[in-house]
Ligand binder design. Structure first.
Ligand SMILES: CC(C)(COP(=O)(O)OP(=O)(O)OC[C@H]1O[C@@H](n2cnc3c(N)ncnc32)[C@H](O)[C@@H]1OP(=O)(O)O)[C@@H](O)C(=O)NCCC(=O)NCCS
Length: 231
């Protein structure tokens, strides 16, 4: 009999506000917050925090429609509500005929335009120059590591976050293994951009660093990683 209190399922619209909250807290807990760079203090007003939250909720809700977004829930005690313990956003390899609508075939500038067209303008306090610059740094590193085709034929992990109350209990591994199994079933490679903490988890699951220097992405060091599955 399984004793794990955790179960994995697809994310639902109602999960989104708690997913956004837990990701913001999980990322902010590890060193300097990316938020402080993308949404710098000198551009913020009294409403900025709520604006950023609302924008993230709209953005993630819209991504539920296009990507494979899965959550791990901790089953509520005594019949209480389940708690979202962590979530991952996976992007399948580009499907034939959908090349132009897949964000992985776009430049950093095109991705910004696509986002605005899909969910509306970014919060007023965004630093547009920093957003563009970080996107371009990442595109260059990816091109150097993977060539023109980039990761469009791979399973790509776009986001992973675990509630800080549930770290080191195997939740992140469950969410990564889910994508790993899908990719392995299709004989496709996997790709992701890792934080320091994430990198330790991915190494433990057999991912490797791509042969490019770490990327200074929004002031945090990130690593481009892959797991080769295809023959
Ligand atoms: C990275 C993150 C998702 C890991 O989630 P998690 O549920 O704690 O990971 P797991 O419990 O499945 O860890 C599995 C293994 O990964 C390694 N690992 C994970 N986090 C680690 C850490 N902070 N330090 C050292 N090793 C770590 C360990 O080998 C661990 O096994 P162990 O606990 O038996 O030693 C979580 O720390 C997080 O949300 N961090 C903030 C957001 C972030 O960086 N996301 C990743 C984006 S790429």
């Amino acid at each position: 009999m399984s004793t794990t209190p955790f179960a994995l399922r697809y994310a639902a619209e109602d999960d989104v506000p708690s997913m956004v909250r837990l990701a913001t807290d999980a990322f902010n807990a590890s060193g300097r917050s990316i938020d402080d760079v993308v949404f710098p203090k000198h551009l913020r007003t009294a409403n900025s925090e709520q604006d950023i939250f609302n924008w993230r909720v709209r953005s993630l809700r819209s991504r539920l429609l296009h990507h494979d977004v899965v959550v791990v829930v901790r089953q509520g005690e005594d019949g209480g509500p389940d708690d979202v313990a962590g979530w991952a956003e996976w992007q399948k390899p580009v499907e034939p005929g959908h090349e132009h609508s897949d964000t992985r075939t776009m430049t950093a500038e095109q991705r910004v335009k696509e986002t605005i067209a899909r969910i509306g303008p970014f919060p007023d306090c965004i630093d547009h120059a920093k957003l563009k610059e970080s996107g371009e740094v990442l595109d260059r590193a990816r091109m150097e590591a993977l060539g023109e085709e980039g990761d469009k034929h791979m399973w790509t992990l776009q986001s992973l976050a675990v509630d800080i109350r549930y770290h080191r209990q195997g939740v992140g591994s469950m969410l990564v293994r889910w994508g790993l199994e899908k990719a392995q079933a299709e004989g496709k490679d996997l790709h992701l951009l890792a934080t320091e903490d994430g990198r330790r988890l991915y190494l433990s699951l057999g991912f490797e660093d791509l042969k490019v220097p770490p990327v200074d992405y929004f002031t945090k060091t990130h690593y481009l990683m892959t797991k080769r599955v295809a023959a």
